[in-house]
Ligand binder design. Sequence first.
Ligand code: HPA
Ligand code: ZN
Length: 338
Amino acid sequence: MSITPSMRQLIQALPKAELHLHIEGSLEPELMFRLAKKNNVAIPYDTIEDVRRAYNFNNLQSFLDIYYAGANVLQTQDDFYDLTWAYIEKCRENNIVHTEIFFDPQTHTERGVPFSAVIGGIKAALDDARSQHGITSCIIMCFLRHLSEADAFATLEEALPYKDDIIGVGLDSSEVGNPPSKFAGVFKAAAAHGFKLVAHAGEEADFSYINEALDLLNIHRIDHGVQSIHSDALMLRLKDNQMPLTVCPNSNIELCVFDHYSEHNIKELLSYGLNVSVHSDDPAYFKGYMNQNFFNLCEHLPMTEEEVITLVKNGFRSAFIDDAAKAQYLAQVDAAAA
Ligand code: HPA
Ligand code: ZN
């Protein structure tokens, strides 16, 4: 299949909401090299080409090992500003007008980088994005699920002084063997503090992790969730309450969740009536940003313009913004589609 020029134009023209983006996963090799040199951090690559060759994954863990190694070059508040600002430039290229970004504080505080430097750099760049480009945003702090719940509780405590800058908490990293139940206590505590709740579930692990995330963590959105297709009862539940699924097609292909793009189940999820939207996860590692995810979907699946528009609208419907802002963004989508 090949993507038509009019579909390509539509995808480019639609304003979009990014709801599943790990800011550390937007670290492009060029910036990695620059920061490695500036901060005197050793990286296991000699050239940009070496880096790109290393981005060849066979599952989630093979990616995470390289992703965490890359994050070591991020040391100062300015580094986090530069990282986030580079991502904002990608937002402009991709017509992303609202972005809700994940960060992994434990990846940095474990190395002695202060929490304040991480959140301070990200926040300053997002403030500039709003004032200079009108891009709206919020920040979601993820707990690393390969670490203990006690570590997550300590991270939650550390985040409290920055509560006004962090809209929600999430759960990421190595999924299989680290089920949602491990974090039921800390999610309950986060909810009591007023944080919104999201969790990666049903990316690599089976659909029972999605049920657990709904039952035990009381999440407002599911990140990935593509394994839900293996349970009729869960599909019905997700449809009935229009639970958002932030699906990341390029990520699923690069991490071998599906063997080939043509096997991705997003069309099935959508036609069943689930609230599915498309996002980019770790775009520097997964060969492309938001628009590239849509282009690839259209190259490999018989996507209709209507489906593309629905996926884009669902992104705004599922965003952590008020109803007036949603209505405004949805009207912008309609205008661009027309
Ligand atoms: N899954 C889990 N953890 C992650 C991912 C992902 O796709 N990206 C960054 N951390
Ligand atoms: Zn993710």
